[in-house]
Write a protein that binds this ligand. Structure first.
Ligand SMILES: *[C@@H]1O[C@H](CO)[C@@H](O)[C@H](O)[C@H]1NC(C)=O
Ligand SMILES: *[C@@H]1O[C@H](CO)[C@@H](O)[C@H](O)[C@H]1NC(C)=O
Ligand SMILES: *[C@@H]1O[C@H](CO)[C@@H](O)[C@H](O)[C@H]1NC(C)=O
Ligand SMILES: *[C@@H]1O[C@H](CO)[C@@H](O)[C@H](O)[C@H]1NC(C)=O
Ligand SMILES: *[C@@H]1O[C@H](CO)[C@@H](O)[C@H](O)[C@H]1NC(C)=O
Ligand SMILES: *[C@@H]1O[C@H](CO)[C@@H](O)[C@H](O)[C@H]1NC(C)=O
Ligand SMILES: *[C@@H]1O[C@H](CO)[C@@H](O)[C@H](O)[C@H]1NC(C)=O
Ligand SMILES: *[C@@H]1O[C@H](CO)[C@@H](O)[C@H](O)[C@H]1NC(C)=O
Length: 379
């Protein structure tokens, strides 16, 4: 009542403002408001306590009965804008720029009153903060549990995995495409410019292309390395791996381009890599680990230039020599050539990422991984 009275006063002063105010109050009055801490929201990726997303592809999934509309209310930590990928009922992800405040999410041609699985993630490697406060859905809509897939990928990489330079970021990159193909869950810790590390000393790392830490440190943190440029959250905190639900079933690492770019010697890179995998094994004790031998840097007039020739193989052989029976070398040599990358930066195009995903999916199928026939939560 009070609010309506206030609105009619405002009406006389500024009609347009008034319409906005009345309209949003009617959403408030009639919608179902779901708080960010509702246990029926399935979170993936890394969120801090605000909660705010870090790293490419972090987001959430909801399974909603009788859904007609969905609005995200985002808080002050939200990037301006944050590019979100939105998928309804497992359809392709489409981009949506969200900002602090109310964001009415386009649900496509969803018939009013449908049951729907809505997946929303932050696709970028910078300006990638979605600070979720509430989700508003139409009255009569009901949140149901989201059952995660039995397959859950953990990817670890650099710009070549993060989807740098493609319009929809990681949602168009080969790790995400692979995960979708197998109808799996995904966590993707990938950051452009990042080195695995760059120094022989165990916990010492370097500044690499704007990254204040190497992946052998940052992987274990909640925040990606962009925290350093964030005046509102200029610190990093350990990640609680118990929050990865389900725990990763398959671990994939492709890294080294930026160690190479920083002139890290092969022996130092090798030491860093085996130390990193030893610490990764403490988190994922039995899961298969796939170490990708990268495709190298393509050029117009020669085959792609490899880096750390022989080292990836040695890293895998070392793991096997200490009794690790579940680590595999994936040789990506030849997966990409100059026609698959942007000439200006040698990173895969949209089609290039699809090509890599196709190769990796076939590799995994030959290894024995079978795509789930249907998503665990039906649409
Ligand atoms: C989804 O994306 C794939 C790959 O880009 C494309 O082949 C397909 O046509 C798209 N499907 C729809 C329904 O747009
Ligand atoms: C999102 O905003 C950026 C500019 O910040 C723009 O370049 C891009 O096209 C927008 N994407 C969508 C899907 O609206
Ligand atoms: C969403 O549905 C509610 C009713 O449940 C309605 O009040 C509101 O206007 C709708 N919002 C949009 C953006 O359609
Ligand atoms: C579905 O939601 C609409 C409002 O969007 C409501 O009128 C209707 O009663 C709901 N149906 C059920 C079965 O809850
Ligand atoms: C290292 O990272 C930067 C930023 O992503 C990229 O532009 C550059 O090509 C990379 N260099 C090497 C040698 O990997
Ligand atoms: C973050 O903190 C470091 C010092 O720890 C400082 O050098 C840097 O400028 C800060 N970044 C921002 C965006 O404030
Ligand atoms: C790496 O070595 C090359 C050749 O010596 C040199 O041109 C380049 O500046 C070095 N890069 C770094 C990051 O030190
Ligand atoms: C990777 O594949 C390339 C091309 O087939 C081959 O030349 C190279 O020997 C392979 N490397 C390893 C370690 O198997």
């Amino acid at each position: 009542m009070g609010a309506n009275f206030f609105s009619s006063l405002t009406c006389g002063l500024a009609a347009a403002l008034c319409l906005t105010a009345v309209w949003s109050q009617s959403i408030n009055a009639e919608s179902v408001v779901v708080s960010y801490d509702d246990p029926l929201i399935y979170y993936n990726g890394r969120w801090d306590i605000e909660p705010e997303t870090w790293w490419v592809g972090s987001g959430f999934k909801v399974n909603v009965q009788n859904l007609s509309n969905l609005t995200l209310n985002l808080g002050p930590y939200t990037s301006d804008p944050v590019l979100l990928g939105v998928s309804v009922n497992y359809g392709n992800f489409t981009g949506f720029n969200a900002t602090q405040g109310e964001n009415v999410i386009p649900l496509g041609d969803l018939a009013p009153g449908s049951n729907a699985v809505v997946r929303i993630n932050s696709v970028g490697w910078e300006d990638n903060h979605m600070n979720l406060e509430t989700i508003q859905i139409n009255s009569g809509a009901v949140l149901l549990p989201y059952e995660p897939s039995r397959i859950a990928f953990q990817f670890i990489g650099d710009s070549l995995s993060a989807g740098q330079y493609v319009p929809l970021g990681v949602d168009q990159a080969w790790p995400f495409l692979t995960s979708e193909y197998f109808k799996g869950e995904h966590n993707i810790q990938a950051q452009p410019g990042i080195a695995l590390s760059a120094c022989r000393a165990r916990f010492f790392d370097i500044y690499s292309y704007g990254n204040v830490h190497g992946m052998s440190y940052q992987f274990f943190q909640t925040e990606d390395t962009q925290y350093y440029y964030d005046a509102m959250h200029n610190y990093t905190t350990p990640w609680n791996f118990a929050r990865d639900y389900p725990a990763a079933t398959h671990v994939v690492v492709m890294i080294g381009a930026n160690d190479s770019g920083n002139n890290v010697t092969a022996s130092s890179f090798y030491e860093t890599y085996i130390d990193f995998l030893a610490r990764i094994r403490l988190i994922y004790p039995v899961q298969p680990m796939f170490i990708i031998l990268p495709w190298g840097w393509p050029s117009a007039d020669a085959p792609p230039a490899p880096y750390y020739v022989g080292i990836y193989q040695e890293v895998v052989e070392y793991r096997q020599s200490v009794g690790d029976r579940n680590v595999y070398l994936v040789n990506a040599t030849g997966w990409i050539d100059y026609s698959d990358v942007f000439p200006s930066n040698l990173h895969p195009t949209v089609e290039g990422h699809q090509k890599v995903a196709g190769y990796f999916e076939s590799w995994l199928e030959e290894w024995g991984l079978v795509a789930e026939p249907t998503w665990a939560t039906p649409a």
